[in-house]
Every structure is written in C-alpha cells, then in structure tokens.
Ligand binder design. Sequence first.
Ligand code: ATP
Length: 586
Amino acid sequence: MEYAALVDIYEHLEATASTNEKTAVLADCFDAASESQLPILATLIRGKLFPAWDSRELGVSSSLTREAIRKATGVDDDRVEEWWREYGDLGDAAALAVEHRTQQTLFSETLTVESVHETLTDLAEYIGEGSQSRRVDAVAKLLTSADPDEARYVVRTVVGAMRLGIGEGTVRDAIAVAFLDGSDEAIAVVERAHQLTNDFRVVAETARDEGVEGLRALDVELFRPLKVMLAQKAEGVGDALTEVQGDADAADETDATDIADDTETGQNAVRCEYKYDGLRTQIHKRGDEVRIFTRRLEDVTEQFPEVVSAVRERITAERCILEGETVGYSPETGRPVPFQELSQRIKRENRIEELVESVPVVTHLFDALYVDGESLLDESLRVRVGRLGDCVDTDPNDSDDSDVLRPATAVAPADESEAREFYEDALSSGHEGIMVKNLDATYQPGSRVGYMLKVKPLMEPLDLVVVGAKWSEGRKSEFLGRLHLACRVEESGELRDIGWLFSGLTDEQLAEITHRLEPLVTERDGREVRVRPEVVVEAEYEEIQQSTESESGYALRFPRFAGFRDDLSFDEVDSLSKVERLYAEQ
Ligand code: ATP
C-alpha cells in the first residue's frame, strides 16, 4: 500500500469532526487492509509504532526532527522554527519545508506504508554511539522521498502528535464495525479484549480471523500488562459502604451502616484496605523472570531491583500476575514518604543503587490476576485475595520491617464504626485513606467501577493567579492551555509560582482563558508566555508537594481547573502561608 493512500485517509480523518464518520473511514481502511497490513494500520493509524505496553521509543526529539527536515530539504532551521511557531505543528512546518526545498532530491523512491513503518520501527533499535545521527539520517531519508503531505504525517508520527482526533475508542468501534456487527455488544467485546491485551494489532487480527468468540477467548498473558481496575471516589466512609454494597446487590435493601453478609456464604461482603500513596505495581513472574509494570503500562523493572529479588524469593507460584502499591518509606521515621520522593526512582535510572538505600520501598500486595495457568479475572475478589495469600510466602504476623513484599493491611469490618476506626488508623499511620472493596466483585480491567471506592480527606481548593501560560500541543494547539499559577507572600504582596495546571478545562474554557490571557502577555519565549497577573482561578488538587522547581517551594499534585474567581483580584489570592499550613496538615 502506498503511503500516499494512507495520507489520504489521514486527511479525511482530520477533515471531519464527526466521530461516526471517523469510525466509518477507519472501518473501511481496516476492512480493505491485506492480511499483513492490518496489524500495521491498527497502530499506525494513531501514529503509533508499538502497542501501549511496549516501552520502545523512537528516540527522535523535535530538535532531531528539525535537523532531519533541514538535511532533507536544505531549508534553514530558523525558517522551519518560524513555521512551527506560526502553525503550532512541526508536521505543517515539514510540509512547507518540503514545498520550499532548496536542494535536489537524489534518491527519491515511492514511500509505502510498509517501508515507513519499517524505517520508523527500526529507529527504536538504534542505541549507543552515533545512534542519534543514524536516526536523523533515517528520518531525513523518508523526508527526501516524501511530498509535502507525506512529510506532514511522517513528522507527526515521529514526534507523536497526529492531530486526527482519534482515540482508542474510535479504533475500538472501527474494529467492531469492520469485522463484527458493530453493535454495542460487539463494541463491549472489543473493548474488553483491548483492556486485556492493550494491543490493537492482536485485537484487530483476532476480530477478523475468529470473530466475537475469538475475542472472548483472549485472556491475560504473562509479560503483557493489562489495564488496572480503577476506583471511584466516595465522599466518606459511610458513602463508600453504601455504594460498594449497592453494587454488590442493587436489590438488597440492607441498611448500609450494617455490613451485609454474603447471602450464600454468610461471609462479610466488604473488605477495607489501607490506601497507599505510591505507584500502582503489576508484577509478572515466570520462574526467575520478573517484570514490573506501572498502571501506564511502563516497564519499571530496572528501577526496583529489591522488589524483583523479593518476588523471586517470596512468591511461591511459578507463574503469576499480582498487583499492589509500591510505597517509599523514610528510613529515619519509618513513615511513608510523599509520592514525589518515590517518583525519583522512576526518573533517574542511574542513581538507583543510591535510591534503594535512601528511599527504601515496600510493595503492598492486594490482588492476584493470574496464578499458575489460571486467569482469575472472573473470580471474586474473595477468591483472588485467597489465591494471593496462597502464593506469597509471607507471615502476616511477621513484623520485620525489612520485608519488601507485604500484604495490604486490610479488615472486613462488621459495621460502619469499625470501618471508620480503620480509616483513622490508616491516616494516622501516614497513609492516604482507605479503599473499600466489594468482595464478590470480579476484576474489570481498565474500568472505573463501583467495586472499589477510595476514601480520602478532601483538600481545600486554592485561589491562584495566572502568571504565565504555554500553548497546548496537538489538537488544542491554538489555545493557551497550560497555566502557570502563583500564590502571594502575605507580608510583601509578591507572587511566587506554584507550578502548572493543565487539566479540567473544557474547550469553551480553553477558548475563554486564551481570550483573557492574550491581551495580558508581557513576554514571549517560543510557545511560552508571561502574562500580567490578572486572571484568578480556583484550583482543585489532590495534594501539595514540595518542589525545588517553583519559587514558592511547592507544587500541586494533579491540579484541576475548578473555575474563574472573577470576584478576586490578584492581591487576594491565597497566601504562601496558607499553602504551607495545608501542606503541614495533609
Ligand atoms: P485513579 O487511580 O482512580 O484514576 P488517582 O490516580 O487520582 O485516581 P487515587 O485517587 O490516588 O489515584 O486512587 C487510586 C489509586 O490508589 C490506585 O490506582 C492505586 O494505585 C492506589 N492504591 C493504593 N492502595 C490501594 C489498594 N489497597 N487497593 C487498590 N488501589 C490502591
């Protein structure tokens, strides 16, 4: 298939805002694909070369891409940068550069989908000395053969911003339309297959070759991480107990303050566990082979060597997939450290040995998804927790603090007051709150279901002033969507920045904030601006963290836009001393 034909499809997808039309275009594309093209198109259509769980990266930054554009076209980098700034998209800049090429093309060949895919896939294999220039050369070679439109999409694929408005849901629906009957049921089957495999190549091929039955038969596989089950938020312990039991049996009219027994077994139907503030950890083990994945499916095995050895020593199952939360503990106080300290483990691979000493971790295990050939997803949590207990060689009464693997602290509370007491214990031990889980529930990969509710103290929102902003990337690149926020020093009235916020804004709010900020711009630097401090916003967040990167010394974890505070002027925004107080209290 010529790459130009795929470019036509990309253009069609980009030109329509209708999700139905995008689905139909994609479905036709999948339907027409040859046997070997389908797995390529299933990922390349969203500009991806690898499935989500595959940690390989192309390793081509935007500056290397610019070098490749210059090499292939002879167009000066300043000009390319100017176009990039003007259009907000390096793909468009590449198309213009090809159009204005100043050098003759010596080795031009017709690009095919297969050749582009192969060249780009190979980029991930270049390692070591000279690998950067090999990558530049490979991309430049593609651009040498590309017409402007082809160049646009090659570059967008390389930098990972396709701007087609195609999410996983559209690909899922298109597979259901192309190879099944397109019904809601078919879509649900494709969805589950994808949550399990995280691989549209496998899902598309299975749908084509084996239909619904084949998709249903797909199961967990070792070393292919699956999406984790997510929790819903409850307003408090009582609310969590009501909701989790409501889900256990919607028809059951039991008073929620009493915890219902499971009608068949007479056992308690609710389990509460400490909610740890760490890294969701999915452990895959086959003999001595161990890999650790995060909920974003990243492979972090190298970063947690002590967890790997503990798994080898303490997990008795030959093959298994277990889940837990990995938490950093302070060696001095024995209390959990804030998440950002643990996250150094993920960022700085070269200091791992040092960090193993300074931020020791414990993985608190709470679920078993697969044990020795048997998938447990359709089993109840009660069964799964039982299997977990069977395959971990851990004495729950063992108080040896050096244990890296421990079961999550849990109770099956008899009533609400016992659950509340457990919640208080969790907080006073320095944990975030509790998880309230339905013991009769199956595991739903990737879904946010009421089988698992999180209860934690709510943080008071902060009123902060916008002091700078960045243009968003991708589909929303014409908006100033990343807001640099500041609080105020009470005594002097000076503003001190407290990090960036970029979620919670609707498209209308993005347009409005851009409209409000543009006249306030005082300085520009690339795609970033500084603005006069006039726009005050309310920010919700999950936690305040210490930060060396901001003037205030703090940053908000998961800040979300909660509205404009037009009733406040910039000298009325929340003070640094309030931030300090909230930090100390949390
Ligand atoms: P979410 O994970 O629900 O999208 P989030 O990223 O804001 O939200 P939290 O609100 O902190 O996360 O709560 C959910 C997370 O809590 C889980 O993804 C998991 O990593 C973590 N967690 C901690 N303790 C447990 C536990 N005992 N059982 C399940 N998850 C737990």
